[in-house]
Write a protein of this length. Sequence first.
Length: 227
Amino acid sequence: MSNFVDLSHYFEDNMPGFKLKNEDGTFTQFTARIRPFLTHDETREKFKRRASFEITEIEFQTSVGTYIDSPYHRFPDGRDISEIKIEEVILPGVVIDARGRCAGAVSSNIIPEGVSLEGCAVLFNFGWDTYWGTDMYERYPFISKESIHFLIEAGARLVGVDTINVDDSQDLTRPAHTLFLKNDIYIVENLMNLHSLHKRKFRFFAVPIKGKKVAAMPVRAFAEILK
């Protein structure tokens, strides 16, 4: 049996992304565009038919797919993606079973008593990855303001969710992004397969590329199951 659990959605052309409201009340949908820059057919002659290569071109906003937010995402003077230290995104993990909740705020009483969150990646399994690519995915549960303060005081170093947003989309103050990133607690959104981690000891990985002046970046999030 594999010692690793993949927690990332596929990064593909026209994948589910996010939308922004325009001044006229309409919405613009953002996604990823993936296409060949050079194809095997186009490069074959360059190598006198001895070899061929594909070079791929990708156009996307960095807040798509399974991705991590840096403090720069919320604060102009915050650390960007390139300034994240590797040891900050490879952490002991704790998964919180938050399944069965409807869209709305979830309080900290779902966190079992006696579980240490100090120095951990705390991952909330709402079971919402099953709605990926559907309208229901945009009507999601989120952690309450009380839970945000609880996690900060408990010493969490990263918070992950299997939803599109750790915050309530209707709350324009964005308390989770504001308070977590102010305290250098990273945020990973659009996780999946968190049900595979229940009652298991694991290490969580969410390492982005070293992007300068980048606010967020897709990651290949995964867990290593420990004995």
